[in-house]
Ligand binder design. Structure first.
Ligand code: DX5
Ligand code: ZN
Length: 223
């Protein structure tokens, strides 16, 4: 099992210091930068959009992992790609023509992801697994950082891992919401390969050190 990846979520950073926070991630052991776009419609919160992604792109060499929590995401895929997104994930619950939308993402050259809410069974993705590069498995209801991890998600991770491995696919399982040192081991054990961490990183006294700690966790006897 290759080492897991850590994707700090800039939603929890100090926006007045966006440049410094991005540079800190650049120099720390962060693997991807997770960017949460919210429209106040798909989720009950509004975060940021294209200008912030373009700004971060200017000073970051790491993959920008853009999580679109917006309705009709198909309208904005090219724009997010042009702004610098390396991965674009859309919500299962926001797409009527999901298969078409993920192919639209791949055609831009970006990696395609699908995010699913806590109530959505992973089995609903089985017919598009071959068309995507990652699944964002939400372990909180999307909209806000700093929420509690929903432990029922562990079983969803296991079910998805079993399916991906049985078909020999290389789809990443990215777990998003309430991840920290207190639960990262069980999440990895269940089969996650990428962990998003917002508050765990940015509320820590030393965010770079927290990223190093999250990276250093290893799962003994992983089967
Ligand atoms: C929630 C977002 C998450 C959030 C995670 O809607 O998708 O990426 O920033 O933050 P924490 O790690 O604090 O739960
Ligand atoms: Zn997210």
């Amino acid at each position: 099992m290759p080492a897991h990846l850590i994707a700090p979520s800039l939603l929890s950073c100090d926006f007045l210091r966006l440049g410094e926070e991005t540079r800190m991630l650049e120099n720390a052991q962060a693997d991807w930068l997770h960017l949460d776009v919210m429209d106040g419609n798909f989720v009950p919160n509004i975060s940021f959009g294209l200008p912030i992604i373009s700004a971060v792109k200017k000073i970051s060499t790491k993959p920008l992992d853009v999580h679109l929590m917006i309705v009709q995401p198909e309208k904005y895929i090219q724009a997010f790609r042009d702004a610098g997104a390396d991965h674009i994930s859309v919500h299962y619950e926001a797409c009527t023509h999901l298969h078409r939308t993920v192919h639209q993402i791949r055609e831009t050259g970006a990696k395609a992801g699908i995010a699913i809410n806590p109530h959505t069974p992973v089995e609903l993705l089985f017919d598009v697994l071959e068309d995507i590069d990652l699944v964002i498995l939400m372990s909180v209801n999307p909209g806000f950082g700093g929420q509690k991890f929903i432990y029922r998600s562990l079983d969803k991770i296991r079910r998805l891992r079993r399916e991906i491995d049985s078909r020999n696919l290389s789809v990443d399982i990215e777990v998003d919401g309430g991840v920290g040192l207190q639960n990262i081991e069980v999440i990895l054990q269940a089969g996650a390969s990428v962990l998003v961490a917002g508050n765990a990183v940015f509320q820590a006294p030393d965010p770079a050190d927290m990223i190093a700690k999250l990276k250093a966790v290893s799962v003994g006897n992983f089967v």
